[in-house]
Design a protein around this ligand. Structure first.
Ligand code: NDP
Ligand code: OXD
Length: 319
């Protein structure tokens, strides 16, 4: 009898694979865990766990049963034309969700309480109070993408007192949060938004959505003196030349960006030194190898016991 293939291929670029190898070897001690650097029989691979794998590198694995993303986003997988047709499973993890909500709440509060202004003043030794200090309830936050991450962030912003709304493709219902759905309700959503938080996935439909046209539709009558953009979704959602132009023209007042068209953000980017832009290095919500490898090992064990996978991506929608 031929033995059933059961190896896991770890296909990672961009991150150090060591902690992942370590966790998977510990959690799945009875099977081979290999990386693209190892020599292995393609027919031995039953699962792949990937983060920004080299496009095409998952092709030619005849016994592949599932591809696990090591992050919540799956654009790195869905965008690979050479991807085999196995189900793609994404990360839904409490640790990652909580980290993202921390990031969103932190940056909304930094803008509300002018944290960046005071940091700049401190650097110059300036003691100067700002009279205009609106309360959170006077500031309208709009979250584009009201899924696992956007939904949690919305609830936590609500607890802080912000006036929160969310926009998604299909109608979502969240207590105390105004929800808008689809293109038809986008205008109504944008025109009541002072801080736009973006937690959309990158798909053909959402690519470049954060552009001059959209910035011009944001509220102009808010308490913060102009609309603010916080993007922790994906860099491909934003047109960086439009962000810079909108900041120059006053269509945007400030931006906090965790993700960029090109990562790492090139040294030549004007975003680095713009006084109204805060740059973080795509670490709003890092994947924790302990939490995520054990969730994947759990999926594998349940699948092999005959249960269905959870958190499957719809390749047609792209997320
Ligand atoms: P989900 O799939 O749970 O949620 C996605 C949301 O976006 C859903 O509400 C969905 O609508 C909405 N959406 C998708 N396409 C459209 C569209 N065309 N028009 C309107 N709404 C749309 O994803 P998560 O919340 O788990 O993650 C969101 C993204 O966050 C990831 O894809 C990833 O890119 C990013 N991310 C960034 C991290 C970082 O460190 N910067 C870390 C982790 C994730 P509907 O509800 O109707 O399906
Ligand atoms: C993710 C990310 O998608 O870290 O999880 O960007």
């Amino acid at each position: 009898m031929t033995e059933r293939p059961d190896a896991l291929l770890l296909a990672i670029t961009d991150w150090d694979p060591t902690p992942w190898l370590d966790r998977f070897r510990r959690l799945l001690p009875d099977r081979a865990i290999v990386t693209g650097e190892d020599s292995f029989d393609p027919a031995s691979i039953r699962y792949a766990a990937a983060w920004k794998h080299r496009p095409g590198s998952l092709a030619g694995l005849p016994n592949l049963e599932a591809i696990f993303s090591l992050g919540a986003g799956v654009d790195h997988l869905v965008g690979d034309p050479g991807l085999p047709s196995a189900p793609i499973l994404r990360v839904v993890d409490r640790d990652l969700t909580e980290r993202m909500s921390e990031y969103v709440v932190l940056h909304c509060l930094m803008h509300l309480r002018k944290g960046w202004t005071y940091a700049q003043r401190q650097a110059r030794g300036i003691w100067e109070d700002d009279d205009d200090q609106p309360a959170a309830r006077e500031v309208r936050v709009g979250i584009m993408g009201l899924g696992v991450l956007g939904g949690d962030a919305a609830c936590k912003l609500k607890v802080m007192g912000f006036d929160v709304a969310g926009w998604s493709r299909s109608r979502r219902r969240l207590d105390g949060i105004a929800t808008y759905a689809g293109e038809a309700e986008l205008d109504a959503f944008l025109s009541r938004t002072d801080i736009l938080v973006v937690l959309l996935p990158l798909t053909p439909e959402t690519r470049g959505v954060l552009n001059a046209g959209l910035f011009g539709r944001l509220a102009r009558d808010g308490r913060l003196g102009g609309p603010i953009l916080i993007n922790a979704g994906r860099g491909g959602l934003q047109v960086e030349a439009d962000i810079l132009a909108a900041l120059r023209e006053g269509t945007l007042k400030a931006a906090t960006l965790d993700v960029f068209e090109t990562e790492p953000l090139p040294a030549s980017s004007l975003l680095w030194s713009h006084p109204a832009v805060q740059v973080t290095p795509h670490n709003a919500a890092m994947s924790d190898p302990d939490a995520i490898a054990s969730a994947i090992a759990g999926q594998i064990r349940r699948h092999e016991a005959g249960e269905a996978f959870v958190n499957a991506v719809d390749p047609g929608r792209g997320y």
